[in-house]
Design a protein around this ligand. Sequence first.
Ligand code: ZN
Length: 307
Amino acid sequence: MPQCKMCGRKSIFLSVNEYGLCDMCYSYICEDYRNRERILVESRKIIETSKNSETQLCRINVMKEHFQVLLKYEKMGIPITDPPPSVLLKRLDIERDKITKSKNLEINKEPLGRKYKRLSSEFEKQRYNMKEEARQLEKLLENPQYEPNLVEEIRSFEEIRLHNRRLAEILDIMVDRNNKGIELEKKGDIENAIKLYEENVADEFFGTHPYDRLAIIYRKRKQFNDEIRILKRKISIFEKINQEGLHYFLEHCSKDYPKELIEKAKSFKQIRDTKGRVISNPYPVDNYRKRLEKAKILKEKYKERIR
Ligand SMILES: [Zn+2]
């Protein structure tokens, strides 16, 4: 007596196809496959075009979920895709590992200064979410049946402590280089001081010391190309920091803040409140630009002189 593999219906009047499925089940599978195929094609397109590894990994997981369902059909002996879902799942795993590996490489190549900033802002977001959760908890606390989860609370504090230590370690590396550089300069070992300051510049350090010192040392040595390179780096780093600071200021200043002061902030000038306290103190990037122009002029003059 014919029986459908999927729904288990059994009757002499039932017609099952070559895969042992009744009409109803077969058309269900076809429809299900079409819907999943659309999502699979879409995901594939996103994986190919996206440059963001998080997006790619997320899409690979979506594809895997759908292939897991299609795998059930494969196991029932239904030729669903060519190559079959089991093979495609393995390929997706390999692809996922590859993306993860290159993502890790990318993170290891990340300059320390950038890493520091990334970790700080990621943690800020996380803490914001934690605050949200705390608000939810407060609501729950109004419910007398609620029992607070102390383990969860302790874990949060532990996380903050660990995070701060990680940030301090990164910062220490760069601050140490500056301090050693200052010592070496005092001893007259300029060559090794330069090496340390250059390492901090390569790491996109967000304090001015290494840039200031290198620009001065290179000018004294008439290495104008090096001075120009350092000043360009300095301008791009501190311009960005100023913009981030402005962004933060505009987001957090009160709505009735004097318009003229907001305009002043937008032109990256120092702002003081009525008591004379400094509220916003952007880096004088315009001065860095002036120095850069001067270095370019000196370079041309120097070239003419040694000709
Ligand atoms: Zn059936």
